[in-house]
Design a protein around this ligand. Structure first.
Ligand code: P6P
Length: 324
């Protein structure tokens, strides 16, 4: 039996987690191993570049976006526990086994602008439960705190699976036998940080409190924060969140004055919610600056939301600036 499968079944037994949920996670992980293999081949398999199609987000799809989406839907359609899926790359939800218990929501390949330049990308997934009735869109529109599990696979120098059922964060590394091996490190986000992640090129569009916050960081030791900060921006949320899980930090994608990002850029259901679930399980905080992200009742499948997540005291500081 594969190490990952035996580890997860032991974990399920110890933590009273349903074997149906474990089977859904195993299906997602199998799909991500297939995606990892395709990502690693890059130009050798002719899957780089544009697909020549667009998605409901108004974004040009990459060939790998379309392929990753197809792999996940095909694998999940074979799991009889999955009622349906919602994907960044699908206009509407896809019904699979309507009366079944689990819903899987995903961004099949987050950060796909990085694909052709060989920078880390990833698959983000969120799992919800539903009652036995016929599947409708309303079943997907649950607050993030209702998630029964969430995770991502980061396709970087290593392929790393991060998974949480809400209490702690589990981490696994894909070995050369296509098996995810449990990592030994404990995942915990420090309350304070000296590293922030934001796309500075959008600065002129931010609201004044966000301008004030970032200005304070850039002033360093001489400024009100009285310490120097470092900045990172990978333009791949999975990579930014992973860095924060490993060495701390704060990630910000605020709303701004542009029409397309007046509610932020990141999607609530399959980016912000799963990442917030993981960050909070690791002792961090995730806020839309109007509320905890996990408390937000979604109104639409592809709803966008401002995201500020990571070191809890730093997120508190940003929230405070926006309340004054
Ligand atoms: P920008 C990737 O497209 C993504 O959805 C996130 O992974 C990432 O954090 C963000 O958008 C990057 O956005 O505007 O910097 O390209």
């Amino acid at each position: 039996m594969k190490t990952f499968v035996s580890y997860l079944s032991d974990y399920a037994q110890k933590n009273n987690i349903s074997l149906s949920l474990i089977s859904v996670i195993e299906t997602i992980v199998e799909a991500c191993i297939e995606i990892s293999n395709q990502v690693r081949l890059g130009d050798l398999s002719g899957i780089l570049g544009e697909a020549g199609t667009g998605n409901i987000q108004g974004e040009q799809q990459k060939k790998l976006d379309v392929l990753a989406n197809h792999i996940l839907i095909e694998q999940l359609s074979n799991n009889k526990k999955v009622a349906g899926i919602a994907s960044e790359e699908e206009d509407n939800f896809v019904c699979l086994n309507s009366e079944q218990e689990y819903l899987v929501l995903f961004d099949p390949l987050d950060g796909s602008s990085n694909i052709d330049v060989n920078i880390s990308i990833g698959t983000i997934f969120s799992i919800l439960r539903k009652s036995g009735e016929k599947l409708e869109e309303k079943h997907f529109l649950q607050a993030g705190k209702e998630q029964v599990a969430a995770g991502y696979v980061l396709y970087g120098p290593q392929s790393i699976l991060v998974l949480s059922f809400g209490q702690e964060v589990l981490m696994f590394t894909l070995n050369d036998k296509q098996d995810f091996i449990p990592n030994t490190q404990v995942v915990s986000i420090p309350n304070q940080t000296q590293e922030f992640a934001i796309n500075m090129s959008n600065q002129r569009y931010w609201e004044p409190p966000m301008q004030q916050y970032i200005h304070g960081l850039l002033q360093g030791k001489e400024g009100e924060r009285q310490k120097d900060y470092n900045m990172r921006w990978v333009a791949s949320m999975v990579a930014e969140v992973h860095r924060i899980l490993i060495r701390g930090g704060i990630f910000l994608y605020p709303k701004d004055s542009r029409e397309t990002t007046q509610n932020g850029k990141l999607r609530l259901l399959y980016e912000a919610n799963p990442m917030s679930f993981i960050v909070q399980a690791a002792g961090g905080k995730a806020s839309s600056l109007a509320s905890d992200i996990l408390d937000i009742k979604p109104q639409k499948l592809h709803q966008r939301i401002p995201v500020v997540l990571g070191a809890s005291e730093e997120v508190d500081f940003v929230e405070q600036l926006h309340m004054n």
